[in-house]
Ligand binder design. Structure first.
Ligand SMILES: *Cc1c(COP(=O)(O)O)cnc(C)c1O
Length: 229
């Protein structure tokens, strides 16, 4: 084993331990929570190594970097902000887009998926920021379910659920709880939209406690990123 492989294996094991403990703490079944490893800024070789170590879900946040790091044997989750003019390209290789926050983007993704004759999973990204940063990425909670209905009606897209990034510097728990409540309301009309994508390296325990089904973990597996992304 190379040093990097050993390091990634150890980090991955530590993350899985954290998830198992977080589940046990709140009486959740470990099988309810998936870990998506976010490989952004790290080389494709790391993504390949991770898949070799059993990772089934990789996350990326930029096009075209994401396309270069699609590894056979793993699902690719696109988790970053997405410009409408890149949506068609992303729809060709991503399996699930977590960052759908406006109808125009949803329509472009749907067109791209249809052109590629595939079905793309879509999550509504909900924004809980307040003040100057509000609306930078994500739709307001009060508008999320309407967008979800619109996504569900688009051919080429499959409505999978909801996603959020907790605002920096605040207790993430109420945010994750509110997202989980919104998810429950969503499933009244869309029972198959079961994904709740919340929780990153710093706050995965809070997300598990709130009921997240998908954690997006970067630094805790790959190491600190040299540049702010
Ligand atoms: C980078 C990123 C993550 C992973 O964050 P870490 O703090 O490295 O675990 C999760 N979600 C999104 C949207 C990201 O861009």
């Amino acid at each position: 084993m190379t040093d990097r492989r050993t390091e990634l294996a150890a980090n991955l094991a530590a993350v899985h331990d954290r998830v198992a403990i977080a589940c046990a703490d709140v009486g959740r079944d470990r099988g309810e929570v998936e870990v998506i490893v976010v490989t952004k800024t790290y080389p494709r070789a790391d993504a390949e190594t991770l898949v070799g170590l059993g990772v089934t879900d990789l996350g990326e946040n930029r096009h075209p970097e994401a396309a270069d790091k699609a590894v056979e044997g793993a699902r690719l989750h696109f988790v970053g902000g997405l410009q409408t003019n890149k949506a068609g390209a992303v729809a060709r290789y991503a399996d699930v887009v977590h960052s759908v926050d406006r109808l125009k983007l949803a329509r472009s993704l749907a067109r791209g998926a249809q052109a590629a004759e595939r079905t793309l999973g879509a999550l509504v990204q909900v924004d809980f920021q307040e003040g100057a940063d509000a609306g930078r990425a994500g739709i307001a909670p009060g508008d999320a379910l309407t967008l979800a209905d619109e996504i569900a009606a688009l051919p080429g897209l499959r409505l999978d659920g909801l996603m959020t990034v907790a605002p920096l510097g605040v207790d993430p728990r109420p945010v994750f709880d509110t997202l989980a409540d919104l998810g429950e309301r969503l499933r009244r009309d869309h029972p198959e939209a079961t994904m709740v994508s919340a929780g990153m390296s710093g706050d995965l325990e809070a997300a598990v406690a709130a009921g997240a089904t998908h954690l997006r973990i970067g630094r805790a597996v790959l190491g600190e990123r040299p540049n702010v992304v």
